[in-house]
Design a protein. Structure first.
Length: 369
């Protein structure tokens, strides 16, 4: 009952349009209802039929949040790739970042969203012994929100669209903030609603994703554990140092790791530009730290995706090039392939077909299908 009351206050201003505005995007009315194909997870370790039911219920929840204005139709396969496809994997290496529990890749055109691919893990985050129904539901709701065009993460930790999904087994539901974010995504271009969503700026972009708070950008505890040769006592001392304000005597490497932690906090608050600034400073101080370099590379990739969504293609190209260079140097082959796929899409959208083909050829040489 409480949720219904919250939703009713926002439904009167929700409209479905075909606009692809500078600061938001959506599914145009001509592509509704949205076809949804949930690929069978049979044979994927950790998959159980209940997970499909959870995802279907999550789609229903977003339909209710739209007041029935956004409808879905479940199909065996999408027509020409248009629509939303949900797939399952137990392999974290298939995600843009191995700390992610879900990922959404959105493909727009001049009219709006044309397709979205959601990848969901069938295994739990490290902090949970099993993948519970409650946690699977929260991840599904979050990723579907991205697939519907909510590019910005909320700064409210109580919202489903908050940038971090905490590894806890608690019931969850869409909030008023989530509904307002959906309203903003479908508001007419230039309206106050379009720029007044409850979420803060920032996105996992054409690659939207969700991750456990204990692992986001390495996480404070994870960072300390990765310091080579650190004893438990030394790790505890560094953890304490990383949580304190800097001083003139603070070693550059320690300050770099502390800035990495602060970048994670900035991301949790939706302050992505601040996160970039802190990670760039951390990288200058600790250029040999693999974790810092990998984090900055993946953050650049996320910023490129957000810039692509808002049609700022020059900025998207710049971020994607910097992302590819860092991820190639510091991260995994799987992450590099994901970054290159995004870079190729950006180049294609910018009309730079020759460069896009070079990226495609490189991906094929790396074993991409």
């Amino acid at each position: 009952m409480k949720r219904a009351l919250l939703l009713s206050s926002a439904l009167s201003i929700l409209t479905v349009s075909g606009a692809f505005a500078q600061d938001h995007f959506n599914w145009p009315k001509s592509r509704l209802p949205i076809p949804v194909c949930i690929v069978s997870g049979k044979g994927v370790p950790g998959y159980r039929p209940q997970l499909e039911a959870i995802v279907k219920q999550a789609f229903d929840d977003w339909m209710i949040a739209s007041g029935g204005k956004i409808q879905f139709v479940f199909v065996d396969k999408t027509d020409g790739g248009q629509g939303i496809t949900c797939q399952w994997t137990n392999d974290r290496s298939k995600m843009t970042s191995t700390i992610e529990d879900g990922e959404t890749i959105v493909v727009p055109d001049a009219q709006g969203i044309t397709s979205a691919k959601i990848m969901l893990l069938t295994v739990p985050p490290k902090a949970m012994p099993t993948l519970t129904d409650n946690y699977a539901r929260r991840v599904a709701l979050h990723e579907i929100g991205h697939a519907l065009g909510i590019a910005k993460h909320s700064s409210n930790s109580g919202d489903i669209m908050f940038g971090t999904i905490y590894p806890v087994d608690k019931p969850c539901a869409l909030t008023e903030g989530d509904t307002n974010a959906l309203v903003a995504a479908y508001a007419p271009a230039g309206s106050s609603t379009a720029s007044g969503a409850s979420g803060s700026a920032g996105s996992l972009g054409a690659t939207g994703s969700s991750s456990s708070s204990s692992e986001l950008l390495g996480g404070q505890n994870a960072e300390v554990e990765k310091i080579p040769g650190a004893s438990p006592a030394a790790a505890a001392a560094k953890a304490s140092a990383l949580s304190k304000p800097s001083s003139g005597s603070e070693p550059p490497a320690v300050r770099g790791l502390r800035l990495n932690n602060e970048a994670a906090e900035a991301m949790n608050s939706g302050k992505f530009d601040l996160a970039v600034s802190k990670l760039e400073e951390a990288y200058k101080l600790a250029p040999d730290n693999q974790m810092v370099g990998a984090n900055l590379g993946m953050l650049y990739s996320n910023m490129a995706s957000l810039a692509m969504m808002t049609r700022n293609l020059p900025k998207a190209e710049d971020y994607s090039k910097k992302a590819a260079a860092l991820v190639e140097k510091y991260s995994t082959k799987a992450n590099l392939m994901q970054v290159l796929r995004s870079q190729g899409l950006i180049l294609h959208m910018a009309g730079k077909e020759a460069e896009a083909l070079k990226i495609e050829a490189r991906l094929k040489s790396m074993g991409a299908k």
